[in-house]
Design a protein around this ligand. Structure first.
Ligand code: NI
Length: 260
């Protein structure tokens, strides 16, 4: 099986000395591509380093809503300067998180909008984080009006947790829907409905590791080897083979991040 990991945080401190062995194990388990998502300036830089070290890792740069309050005009300039680094394939993860509210909401909105403008200016896709801010996130995404880059896609709503109806609205704007470990959880009714009704051509798979381990490893440190469980669950919901699920989501990932 060949998998496309569309969202991972291998720069995270929870991966220590064993990082090289984890990454090798992922490769051996069939993970052919890994997108390492930036969450602040420092993790974005670490992602760029990882991408330089491993041929199958790509980096995205961005500041997560949790860390929005750390941004200033100066640090935003630093972020802009990272765009030109090799193997930077998207801006993210960026968005709104009204569940934790680690940054004030007006600050979250301000820097989300600015980073969407950056994505548009660079013609890069955006990786969107949205938690308990469904309408507000969608409005900003819609107004940002990113290009779908002649069908490659405008971005992905990662670790999707919204309604099916909202997923359709995102798909209409050229966004993919990122499906992570929670689809394997018992209470995932709404997400299962979304997976069932959204065409597989709009779905990306992701672990969001080290967070959000799927069943049967819930609560443990996650890594891309667990894409298998997410893929199996999606194939079960959509009644297509695991091979087909892995293959189509891999093609979707290569398309969105424009990896040849
Ligand atoms: Ni993430």
């Amino acid at each position: 099986m060949r998998y496309f990991e569309s969202h991972a945080h291998y720069d995270d401190g929870r991966f220590g000395k064993d990082l090289p062995s984890v990454i090798n194990a992922c490769k051996e388990a069939g993970v052919e591509y890994i997108i390492n998502a930036g969450a602040d300036l420092s993790s974005s830089k670490k992602g760029i380093k990882l991408a330089a070290q491993y041929d199958f890792i790509y980096a995205t740069i961005g500041v997560h809503p949790h860390s929005a309050k750390t941004l200033s005009e100066d640090s935003f300039c630093d972020l802009e300067n990272l765009v030109k680094s090799p193997k930077v394939v998207a801006i993210g993860e960026i968005g709104l998180d009204f569940h934790y509210d680690h940054s004030p909401r007006d600050i979250q909105k301000k820097w989300f909008i600015r980073q969407m403008e950056l994505a548009k200016a660079c013609n890069l896709p955006a990786i969107i984080h949205s938690r308990e801010a469904s309408e507000e996130t969608f409005n900003i995404v819609k107004n940002a009006n990113l290009s779908d880059r002649e069908g490659l896609g405008a971005g992905v709503v990662h670790c999707y947790s919204g309604s099916y109806e909202m997923a359709v609205k995102y798909a209409e704007l050229g966004y993919f829907i990122g499906i992570a470990g929670p689809v394997t959880y018992k209470n995932a009714k709404k997400l299962v409905e979304t997976v069932k009704k959204i065409p597989i051509e709009r779905i990306l798979i992701e672990t969001d590791c080290p967070y959000l381990s799927p069943e049967p490893f819930r609560g443990k440190r996650n890594d891309s080897q667990n894409l298998k469980y997410i893929c199996e669950k999606i194939s079960e919901i959509k009644q297509i083979t695991v091979e087909k699920t892995a293959e189509i989501t891999l093609e979707n990932g290569k398309k969105l991040f424009d990896i040849k």
